[in-house]
Design a protein around this ligand. Structure first.
Ligand code: KDG
Length: 310
């Protein structure tokens, strides 16, 4: 049994400074990085969270530290690296959806390795969250993910893993091997149709869920974009339709989903019961620009869910 006063969710990965192009063409500064997005989404909903990473000694690293402080995320496991930059990404919007352009090679976070894993923090937390991006940024970061998962398993900390395949960072073959390895330890596994199509040539939600359950995940969530989400475990599966909203920017909607889901799990709510709340949080996160700015607070999600029920 974990101490109720301890951190609920610890995530490990790469935070990014975001430049997101608005309708008038100008770039709006903000924040991204899938695992950082998840802990902030969860913190806004009341979870106690911590982040593990490395940031550069530059204005972007300082801005990220300011963000985590403002959001109440514990950063005792975020190290400073004065010789490496903080990663950046640009978000542009196109008829087929948003596109990410990275400036992150050699970033401080990519220099992370097993020595940076906060073992005691992970062991005392309820959930460890990592992703395919945490693995993709470098081989030492992939080793850090393996180490974090091993520590979590020993301490009975639940492992949450998001496949988040980014073809710009690594090839599908290498990604498949690493993602399958993490999946075999995952209590909660989130993937998307796009990821599974690119990794396994599969775009049928039910067979995607069956594949990840077969690889060892205990619960699988397959996000279906605007169409909602399919949740599956050994007992069966359910599809929850997406909410119809006027989306401005879907960047980070998957992270909003995961953050909300994990925040609910920290409150003792079973995954299957937490899916509607997470689905609503994800819809609300698309109403403004950026991965972080539009993330909702608990009261907004509850208001939205009760108005959707009428
Ligand atoms: O899920 C949204 C993230 O992908 C975005 O914030 C940028 O972390 C990012 C990445 O590496 O693509």
């Amino acid at each position: 049994m974990k101490d109720t006063a301890s951190i609920g969710i610890v995530a490990l990965g790469e935070p990014l400074y975001e430049l997101n192009q608005q309708a008038d063409g100008r770039f709006l500064g903000g924040f991204g990085g899938d695992t950082s997005n998840v802990v902030i989404a969860a913190a806004r909903l009341g979870a106690r969270t911590a982040y593990a990473s490395r940031v550069g000694g530059d204005i972007f690293g300082d801005a990220l530290r300011g963000l985590w402080e403002q959001e109440g995320v514990n950063v005792t496991a975020v190290k400073a690296d004065k010789d490496a930059p903080t990663g950046l990404y640009f978000v542009t919007h196109h008829p087929e959806g948003h596109r990410f352009t990275y400036r992150r090679k050699g970033s401080a976070a990519s220099l992370m390795g097993p020595q940076d894993v906060p073992e005691a923090l992970i062991a005392s937390a309820k959930i460890l969250h990592v992703s395919g991006i945490s693995q993709a940024i470098s081989s030492s970061a992939a080793e850090a993910v393996d180490r974090a998962i091993a520590v979590a398993e020993t301490a009975q900390t639940l492992v949450s893993f998001d496949t988040n395949f980014r073809p710009a960072l690594w090839d599908a073959g290498t990604a498949r091997t690493a993602i399958q390895r993490a999946t075999s330890h995952a209590t909660i596994l989130k993937t998307s149709i796009d990821d599974s199509r690119a990794l396994f040539g599969d775009d049928d939600p039910a067979s995607i869920a069956a594949r990840f359950l077969g690889l060892g995940a205990k619960t699988v969530l397959v996000t279906l974009g605007a169409d909602g989400v399919l949740a599956a475990d050994a007992k069966g599966q359910q599809v929850l339709k997406g909410h119809r909203v006027t989306a401005v920017d879907a960047t980070g909607a998957g992270d909003a989903f995961t953050g909300a889901l994990l925040a609910e799990v920290c409150r003792g709510i079973p995954v299957a019961k937490a899916v509607p709340f997470a689905n609503a949080a994800a819809a609300l996160s698309t109403l403004g620009y950026g991965a972080i700015a539009p993330l909702p607070k608990r009261a907004e999600v509850e208001r939205f869910l009760s108005s959707a029920a009428h």
